[in-house]
Unconditional design. Structure first.
Ligand code: FMN
Length: 205
């Protein structure tokens, strides 16, 4: 594996919309020299707790391990909106991170969040904030999207100062439009720049 620092892009996606966003953030990260993107996902959860998923998903990014999080230089969390909140599979993974919290492994590292919804006013901002909460508990430095990204004031679909978002439509078949693509890319690029700038800051014991 490369010795370069990496931004972990950790997402859950059921029908591909959040995954498409994750890939745009990754392109933004990779546009910066000296840092790379690591895409990871989490398995679905089931009310039948005995159900176990294959260790490697059929397609897309592989499942995240705690060490992916421990050693990242920055973190982007992505989730579809579920009742105005992050999806349970992502929350389930986040709830396994207390060991990292106890050791302060993520303190002073930059983080951001992104989401996808079926409807325009279906809770993008609240979902982004739901992902912000555990990041703050971990001592991470949250970076949203600044209004210097002019698409923020012009968008008729996704894009918020709390993080990138995507309007996927009722059937989850609306692709990222140019504005949404640009904002997700800018968010990845900004996170990568901040990760490089903050490397070595804080107690990472
Ligand atoms: C249980 C559940 C709850 C949902 N809640 C919302 C919601 O509150 N607002 C909304 O606009 N879309 C909601 N959706 C739709 C998803 O957020 C939307 O389809 C999203 O784009 C899916 O992302 P994905 O393709 O990455 O799985 C919900 C979907 C499910 C399955």
């Amino acid at each position: 594996m490369s010795a370069l620092p990496y931004v972990l892009i950790l997402y859950y996606s059921r029908s591909g919309a959040t995954r498409a966003m994750a890939e745009r953030l990754a392109a933004g990260v990779e546009s910066c020299r000296g840092i790379e993107a690591r895409l990871r996902t989490v398995p679905p959860v089931s009310p039948t707790c005995e159900a176990v998923d294959p260790e490697i998903p059929a397609e897309g990014a592989i499942y995240a391990e705690l060490d992916d999080l421990r050693h990242c230089a920055g973190l982007a969390l992505g989730s579809p909106t579920r009742f105005g909140n992050m999806a349970a599979p992502l929350k389930h993974f986040v709830d396994t991170t207390s060991e990292l919290w106890l050791g302060g492994a993520l303190v002073d590292k930059p983080a951001t969040a992104f989401t996808s919804t079926a409807s325009l006013h279906g809770g993008q901002e609240t979902t982004l904030i739901s992902m912000l909460l555990p990041l703050l508990h971990h001592g991470m430095v949250y970076a949203g999207l600044p209004y210097s990204e002019t698409e923020l004031t012009e968008t008729r679909s996704g894009g918020t100062p709390y993080g990138a978002s995507h309007l996927a439509g009722k059937r989850s078949d609306r692709p990222l439009d140019e504005t949404e693509r640009q904002l997700a890319y800018a968010q990845g690029k900004r996170l990568a720049r901040l990760a490089l700038a903050l490397e070595g800051v804080g107690d990472r014991s």
